[in-house]
Each structure stands twice: as structure tokens, then as C-alpha cells.
Design a protein around this ligand. Structure first.
Ligand SMILES: [Fe+2]
Length: 277
């Protein structure tokens, strides 16, 4: 049976052309998330690099939907608000569909002019979502704010901490975490533990540190599905967060190792292995 994550991914993918013409009915997505509520909340997100880069945006959005729902649940949001958070995650980059393909799919370094066009996507997304009465105002604000930063260095309005909604701050962390965990056209590597360092650094100025702490209570420092080289010179796949976010459970054809198990304390992760290595 198709997983709930796949269902929302396929919904988004099938609506791509309608979206470009601004003819997509967003109403259906709320129903889809509502019907698959429990399964989406219980989804384990697996970060493999075997996706087509043209699907990047939709995969990133689908994962962001699940992350936002999990985070909302951790904060004790009601079911309605948890769904609204999920919709914000799923549709936060919807404005990108209104940007010409040659800019948004460009593999070249973008010019300042092109970047200016890309930076319009939060506003474009917000304006489109305003057409749908059953998309909550909190969801729409979060979409509009997902590239703002607490110190005013974001875009499009350069608003600061006190002016950014809580859901907007949740979405900022979600967006950065998921995006940094993935391979991109211009960046083969990914970060894993480096990711945490980067996120922690960003909380000094531009992201909310309390939300990041909450986030790391349930989200792994080493994303599940990534491969790592251990000190025994063998490559393993991360299969579970385990009890210590820095010492996850790993597996290869020789067996499974819980790095936090006393018997394996002498072993350690040397590096994250790029799937192309
Ligand atoms: Fe974005």
C-alpha cells in the first residue's frame, strides 16, 4: 500500500502543471493530511540521495510537512493546528512554481537579478494561498516568513524576531534542516553532524534556539538513511536515532551496531560517506 508520505508527494507532483497556471485546488491537500494524520506523524524520514533532482522541491516539501507535524505535536498543538503546521511545511515553497523554470531549475550560478526573482517566492506563495479560505492565516504567515531571520537578515521583508510568528520560526528550522540534509546540484556533500554545528551557529543570530533544542529531541543529528564510515574502516547505514543522537544505530551486511551500547564504545564515526564515493 502506498505510504502517506508518498501520497502527499504524488499529490504535489501531479498538481505541478496546474500550479504553474495557478489552477490547483489546495483544498484537497488539507483533506489528504487529515485522512493520513496518524501515519504522517509516525513516518520515519529516510534521507537517501537516490532521488531525481527535478523532484527536489517536492520531496523537500513533503518531508517538511512531516517534520512540521512532528514538531507541532511535540509542542502540544491541537490536531487542527498540527495539520495547519503540516500544510505550511508542504506548501512553503509553492511560490517557486510561479518562477520561470529556467531560473528555478538553473544549474548555473544565478545573477543578482535572478536571485531577486527567486526571493519573491514567499510572497508569491502567500498571495496564492490567500485565495483559499480553508488555509489558515497562521499557515499563510508561516509561508510568507520562512526565509525571514530573527536578526532581520532574511527576506522578503527583513522583519525581526518579535515580528515573526511561532509557526514561521518552526518552519525556518524545518526548512534549513531538511535542505542541508540533502544533496543539491551544486553541493554533493551533506552535513550530518556538521549540520548540527551549522544550525547551532545559526541560532546565535538568525534561528530560534529553543525550537532547535525541541527539534533535536526527536530528530537525529545523523539523518536516517545516510552512510557513515566507522573506525573499523567499514561503511554502515544509519538506521535508527538510538538513545544518543551522536551515537546512532547503524547496520551493514555484517550486522547491526548500536554505537551507544557499552560493548561498542571504542568505535566511532569517522565521517559521513557521500553516496557517490
Ligand atoms: Fe523557500
Amino acid at each position: 500500500m502506498e505510504s502517506a508520505l508518498n501520497k502527499i508527494f504524488h499529490w504535489y507532483k501531479s498538481e505541478k502543471d496546474n500550479l504553474k497556471e495557478k489552477k490547483c485546488d489546495i483544498k484537497f491537500v488539507k483533506e489528504l493530511i487529515f485522512k493520513n494524520y496518524d501515519e504522517l506523524l509516525n513516518t520515519t524520514l529516510i534521507y537517501k540521495d537516490n532521488f531525481e533532482l527535478k523532484d527536489y522541491l517536492i520531496i523537500h516539501s513533503s518531508y517538511s510537512c512531516v517534520i512540521m507535524m512532528k514538531l507541532a505535536k511535540m509542542y502540544g498543538f491541537s490536531k487542527e493546528e498540527t495539520i495547519n503546521s503540516g500544510i505550511a511545511g508542504l506548501l512553503h515553497d509553492i511560490g517557486m512554481f510561479f518562477i520561470p523554470d529556467e531560473i528555478y531549475l538553473s544549474e548555473k550560478k544565478l545573477t543578482e537579478e535572478e536571485l531577486e526573482i527567486i526571493r519573491k517566492h514567499p510572497e508569491e506563495g502567500m498571495l496564492y494561498l490567500l485565495n483559499f479560505s480553508d488555509i489558515s492565516s497562521k499557515t499563510i504567515s508561516a509561508v510568507y516568513e520562512h526565509h525571514e531571520r530573527l536578526d532581520g537578515t532574511g527576506y522578503p521583508r527583513k522583519i525581526k524576531d518579535g515580528e515573526i510568528s511561532f509557526m514561521g520560526k518552526m518552519l525556518q528550522i524545518t526548512d534549513v534542516y531538511d535542505a542541508l540534509s540533502r544533496r543539491r546540484e551544486y553541493r554533493k556533500g551533506y552535513f550530518a553532524h556538521e549540520l548540527l554545528k551549522r544550525l547551532a551557529f545559526l541560532t546565535k543570530t538568525s534561528l530560534n534556539g529553543d525550537i532547535l533544542k525541541k527539534f533535536l529531541e526527536f530528530f537525529p543529528v545523523y539523518p536516517i538513511g545516510k552512510k557513515v564510515l566507522l573506525s573499523n574502516n567499514e561503511t554502515y547505514e544509519i538506521i535508527d536515532r538510538g538513545t544518543n543522537p551522536f551515537r546512532p544505530v547503524v547496520e551493514n551486511s555484517n550486522g547491526r551496531i548500536d554505537l551507544n551500547d557499552q560493548g561498542f564504545w571504542s568505535m566511532y564515526i569517522v565521517k559521513v560517506v557521500n553516496s557517490q564515493e
